[in-house]
Design a binder for this molecule. Structure first.
Ligand code: ZN
Length: 491
C-alpha cells in the first residue's frame, strides 16, 4: 500500500489589505517539493507530515512526501498568482507521484485568495480529481479552520489540532495517518455549523470552557462507529460566506454522528455569552509593569497579531510606554514591522524615527542593524526557520524596539535573541500572538497582559467592517442569529 503526503499551511485575515505573495513561503517560510529535502525537513522541524509519515511507515506502507509550503506569517488574501502557483505545484507533484491508495493532506483551513474564499475546498476538489473517487483522501486541519461543505464533500475523513496554542502538529499527523489505516466501512462526515465567533484569547486547551469542550469531544468520540470528533473555533477575521464555528464528526454510524455533532453544537451555542476577551486597560498594564517578576510579562498586542493575519505595523505599545521609558523597572522588548524605518535607520548610530502605523515619533539609538533570521525554540513551530528580512533594534531608556521588514509568527523568544536581546531577563516582552506565546515562551496564562490597539485582528468584532450578511447571522455581531446551528452530512 502506498500513500502520498503533502502539507500547505496558510491563514488569511481578509481585513488585512496586503495580499500574500509567494515570497511569504519561499523567502519567509518553507517551500519544499523534492523528496530528499522533505524527508530532511520532517526530521528537523516536527510537523503533521512527520507524524503521518512515521505512522504509515510503521504500518508497512510506502510513503511519498511530495510538497510542503508553510507561510512565514499569516497575512491577507493570497494574490491570484500566489494561489495559482501553489495549486499548480501541488497538482504537478501529485501527478508525478500518483497512483496511490491514499493521499494525506495537511492543510490549515482558513486560507483565502483573491477570487477564492475557500482555498482548501478548491485544493481538495483538485486532489480528489487527480486521485480518483475510489481512493482515500484524509485531511488534517488547524482548529481555526472554517469548514465548508465543499471541503467535506471531497475529504473522506477529517481530524484537527486539539491544542491551543497549537503544539500537537506531530500528533495530528499521526491521527490523520490512523484514519488512513483504520477504515472499517463507508464513512460520513457530519458538519454542525454554530453561528458564533469567539475571542481566541479564551480558547486554551489546558483550562476553561474550551478545554471542557475538547474533553467532551474525546468522551463522545469513544463510542463505536465514531472515529474522530474535531472542534473548530474559527479564525474570526474572515469576511466570507459559511463563516462560523464548526464541529466535524467522522464515522461509520451516520445517525450517531449526527446526534453527537448536534449535541456539541448546542452546548457551544449555549455558552456564547461566556467567552472573554481578557483585554486590560493600559492603567492596569502599567500597574503590573511596576513590579518586575522573575520571568517577563508578556504584552499581547491583540489588535495587531501577525498570527491572526494582521500586518504587525502597529506601534501602540511603544506609544503607550514612551512616557514611562525611563521609569520602568526593567527592559521592555517591543516589536513592529516597518520596512521604511529599517531603511531610515540603516547605517545610523541614532536618529528621530517615525515608527509604525499610525506613526509614533521616537528619538532613539540604533543598537542592531542586520538580518532578522531565527529558528523557533519554544514548543510551537519548534525548529522552523523564520525570516523577518533586514532588521534594526532601536533603544532609549528601558525600551528596545525590534523593527523588522517583514512579519513573522511572532511568538517565540528567538525573535528577540537573534538580534542580540535577552527576553528571559526582560521586564516584559511584546508578542503579536493571542496564545501561541504560551507555547513559544512556555509561559502560564497569568503572565499575559492583553491590550487591544489598531490592526486587523481586533477582539471587538463589531468594530470590524464585516459584510451585512455576517452582521445578521453571527453572534456577537447579532445578539440573536436567526439560525444558531446548521447541520450537514455527506452521503
Ligand atoms: Zn490556529
Amino acid at each position: 500500500m502506498r500513500a502520498v503526503v503533502a502539507q500547505f499551511i496558510f491563514e488569511s485575515n481578509t481585513f488585512n489589505p496586503v495580499s500574500a505573495e509567494l515570497e511569504l513561503f519561499t523567502r519567509g517560510g518553507t517551500w519544499l517539493s523534492d523528496e530528499k529535502s522533505l524527508r530532511a525537513w520532517s526530521v528537523t522541524a516536527p510537523s503533521q507530515m512527520s507524524g503521518s509519515l512515521a505512522v504509515l511507515e510503521a504500518a508497512g506502507w510506502a510513503t511519498a512526501p511530495v510538497f510542503a509550503a508553510m507561510c512565514g506569517s499569516p497575512a491577507g488574501r493570497m494574490s491570484r498568482g500566489c494561489f495559482a502557483a501553489i495549486r499548480a505545484e501541488l497538482k504537478a507533484r501529485l501527478q508525478a507521484a500518483l497512483p496511490a491508495d491514499a493521499v494525506v493532506l495537511h492543510l490549515h483551513g482558513a486560507a483565502c485568495a483573491i477570487g477564492e474564499d475557500d482555498v482548501e475546498g478548491n485544493l481538495l476538489a483538485m486532489v480528489r480529481e487527480e486521485l480518483g473517487h475510489k481512493k482515500l483522501l484524509v485531511l488534517s486541519l488547524d482548529l481555526h479552520a472554517n469548514l465548508t461543505q465543499r471541503m467535506l464533500t471531497h475529504a473522506d475523513a477529517v481530524t484537527a489540532y486539539r491544542t491551543m496554542p497549537h503544539c500537537d502538529f506531530v500528533a495530528t499527523g499521526e491521527r490523520a495517518a490512523r484514519l488512513v489505516l483504520g477504515t472499517s466501512g463507508p464513512r460520513t462526515r457530519t458538519l454542525a455549523k454554530v453561528a458564533v465567533l469567539i475571542p481566541p484569547t479564551d480558547t486554551s486547551h489546558l483550562e476553561g470552557r474550551f478545554a471542557r469542550i475538547l474533553a467532551r469531544a474525546r468522551e463522545l468520540e469513544a463510542q463505536p462507529g465514531i472515529e474522530d470528533i474535531s472542534v473548530f473555533p474559527v479564525q474570526p477575521w474572515m469576511d466570507i460566506a459559511e463563516l462560523g464555528t464548526s464541529i466535524v464528526v467522522t464515522g461509520t454510524h451516520e445517525l450517531l454522528a449526527r446526534q453527537l455533532a448536534e449535541e456539541l453544537a448546542d452546548e457551544w451555542y449555549a455558552q456564547r455569552h461566556d467567552w472573554q476577551t481578557g483585554v486590560l486597560s493600559w492603567n492596569l498594564i502599567l500597574a503590573r509593569l511596576a513590579i518586575k517578576p522573575a520571568l517577563p510579562w508578556i504584552l499581547v498586542d491583540s489588535g495587531d497579531t501577525t498570527t491572526g493575519g494582521s500586518t504587525g505595523c502597529s506601534a501602540e505599545a511603544l506609544k503607550q510606554l514612551l512616557p514611562h521609558a525611563t521609569a520602568l523597572p526593567g527592559e521592555v522588548l517591543l516589536w513592529v514591522v516597518d520596512p521604511a524605518t529599517v531603511q531610515h535607520a540603516k547605517g545610523k548610530a541614532s536618529g528621530v524615527f517615525q515608527i509604525g502605523e499610525p506613526r509614533v515619533e521616537w528619538a532613539a539609538e540604533v543598537i542592531y542593524d542586520g538580518p532578522g533570521r531565527y529558528r523557533a525554540r519554544g514548543l510551537a513551530y519548534t525548529g522552523q526557520e523564520f525570516s523577518m528580512g533586514p532588521t534594526v533594534v532601536l533603544s532609549s531608556g528601558q525600551l528596545r524596539l525590534v523593527v523588522s521588514s517583514e512579519p513573522v509568527l511572532g511568538a517565540d523568544p528567538a525573535l528577540f535573541e537573534c538580534v542580540g536581546l535577552s527576553p528571559d531577563t526582560a521586564l516584559a516582552v511584546q508578542v503579536k500572538s493571542f496564545t501561541g506565546w504560551r507555547a513559544g515562551f512556555q509561559a502560564a496564562g497569568e503572565r499575559g497582559l492583553v491590550f487591544d490597539g489598531p490592526g486587523c485582528s481586533s477582539l471587538v468584532f463589531s468594530g470590524l467592517p464585516f459584510h451585512a450578511e455576517r452582521r445578521a447571522n453571527l453572534f456577537p455581531l447579532n445578539e440573536n442569529p436567526p439560525t444558531p446551528v446548521t447541520l450537514w452530512q455527506s452521503n
